[in-house]
Design a protein around this ligand. Structure first.
Ligand code: GRG
Length: 299
């Protein structure tokens, strides 16, 4: 992890423990039949991962003084969906990767059919978690379901993945590329921030708009940094095969515009994100740390 204050590392440890406890409790035990399926689901979710999306949920909640007990629900649900997307992303029909989080991908560890089924079962599990939201502002559970389904669907992550696969070997303009990134990666990251907003009673439209923009800026920066790590990172550190984008002739920011332009765009997006937080004062400090971490991280 990059050089960020100890207070940030402490906060990460607290938030990560919270979400890991929630994920473990939400997942069926590996001894539940069918055992291979449940074992694969647990492997897909509990095999590491930075937990950036739950961290964003908790940090936004902290900024808005939302009870952490309420935030556990979207934090767990969104991480389950993220894990689902990684299992599908790694399949031979998609990016065909053998390594994820420094370990064999789910289809390598088990088999392709089990990986597809494990991912299929993670998605309804996420919505079952959302349906059990403890006491919250009226209508919040349904709003969360709508937010997260939109973020995952054909005009969100799935649509972005479709454009991404279609764009292999093609030139895209910066705005086409950023549109694809805002769907493929940005939509779920944006949903993390908005989910905490939905759990806050009586949020002003100015505060909601500022956090909405923050979510869009960090979502885009996160994917561009992911591209940079694919070029500059080492397989042992990033936990997935370095150079995989280039070998698949993927349309990425560094491939189309170069590393310098990629770094400048990341810096610009994070500067904008920090500006979006200025109205919240010290309450936004964990979000500021996370925004910086997103572009300074080494994995
Ligand atoms: C899940 C609804 C749904 C659809 C699947 C396969 C697919 C459609 C979408 C792929 C989306 C995808 C994998 C985008 C890349 C996002 C990204 C940069 C992932 C890496 O996230 P990290 O670095 O991973 O947070 P860790 O391992 O730390 O959790």
């Amino acid at each position: 992890m990059c050089a960020l204050p100890n207070a940030f590392k402490d906060r990460i440890a607290i938030y990560t423990t919270r979400v890991n406890v929630g994920l473990d409790a939400a997942l069926p035990l590996a001894t539940t039949r069918p055992r291979r399926l449940h074992d694969a689901m647990r492997y897909a979710v509990l095999n590491g991962g930075k937990r950036v999306r739950p961290l964003l949920v908790y940090a936004t909640g902290e900024c808005l003084a939302v009870e952490p007990d309420l935030l556990d629900t979207p934090a767990v649900a969104i991480e389950l969906i993220h894990a689902f997307s990684l299992v599908h992303d790694d399949l031979p029909a998609m990016d065909d990767d053998d390594l994820r989080r420094g370990k064999p991908t789910v289809h390598k560890q088990y088999d392709e059919a089990t990986a597809i089924l494990a991912a299929d079962a993670l998605q309804p599990l996420a919505f079952s978690v959302l349906a059990n939201l403890p006491e919250a502002p009226a209508g919040a559970a349904m709003q969360l379901v709508r937010l997260i389904t939109d973020a995952c669907g054909s005009t969100g992550m799935t649509g972005g993945q479709s454009i991404d696969l279609d764009a292999e070997g093609r030139d895209l303009s910066a705005s086409e590329l950023e549109h694809m990134y805002s769907l493929k990666t940005g939509a779920l990251i944006h949903a993390c921030i908005v989910s905490a907003c939905l759990l806050r009673k009586e949020l002003s439209s100015e505060d909601a708009n500022a956090l909405d923009q923050f979510g869009r800026n960090v979502g885009l920066a996160f994917q561009i940094k992911d591209d940079i790590l694919d070029v500059e990172g080492e397989t042992e550190v990033i936990g997935k095969p370095a150079g995989s984008d280039a070998s698949r002739n993927k349309a990425t920011y560094p491939a189309l515009f170069g590393l310098d332009a990629s770094r400048s765009r990341c810096d610009e997006l994070v500067d904008n994100a920090l500006e979006n937080l200025s109205r919240f004062g010290v309450a936004a400090q964990p979000l500021e740390w996370l925004a910086r971490y997103i572009i300074e991280r080494g994995r």
